[in-house]
Design a protein around this ligand. Sequence first.
Ligand SMILES: [Zn+2]
Length: 323
Amino acid sequence: MSELHKFLFEGLPVRGMLVRLTDSWQEVLHRREKANDAFPTPVRHLLGEMAAAGTLMQANIKFNGALILQIFGDGPVKLAVAEVQPDLAFRATAKVIGTVAEDARLEAMLNVHGHGRCAITLDPKDKLPGQQAYQGVVPLHGDRREPLQQLSEVLEHYMLQSEQLDTKLILAADDKVAAGLLIQRLPVEGAGNLASARNEDEIGLNEAYNRIAHLASTLTREELLTLSADTVLHRLFWEEPLLRFEPMVGDSGPRFACSCSRERVGGMLKSLGREEIDGIVIEQGRVEIACDFCGTKYHFDAVDVGELFTQAHNQPPASGGVH
Ligand SMILES: [Zn+2]
């Protein structure tokens, strides 16, 4: 079963999390296969890493709304999305136009011309009037404009920029498991106006983070994908004062769920305008929309479309989702 483990290092300003998406991740891929629309291997693995990273980031902040991790690409992959709700329900999809090589990495998939972007959106659940979603955007290249090949590097950059916290991320995915390890330096109380007498302590605490982040970076892709959470944490941190919390599994853990609905699809059709929709109904007899995330098909015939456009305007507009 998919699981999330949170932990602290007692007395040290360092915390961490480990996620393993198993059944939930396989369901994402299975639904895609069933729709006869499986993603190329490197795209599947990127999406798995995004789902794992999105889950870690959502669990790491206290935010009542969706965390949406999107990469807008200028290569064969135009868009890759992972969306994680506050209860850790997640979904993921991608839009691929063109051929993706079997060994393609981030640059070859999404950043061929250097215009790829990664956006992290925090979309509040119950928006106050005028309240906007928060969005942070980072490029897919490093400080010296070198193209990044790993999603983890892109996201470490984002975390440093948005939260001003050093973060170490290890991500890996195959067709069975999508997993991630996050190690983060916690802000030290009173930092910023430290008296010189405290600097030695400060240096010691920084060393603790560096040591733990280094241990984390020794974790191989193979280990992350195949070993249990207990084994990974023991192997890496058996000499550290590790304090673990109750794992989050089952209903309180990460799981696949899609938030699409007939109402939302209807709202999206309405936004396209009656003329456009009537045109499709005349041509094809009905409108068929399949959800990109879960594969559910929604049908609207002439009667449904008539109802849609004569309904009183008592529904909120459809959110600008990725349908
Ligand atoms: Zn759906």
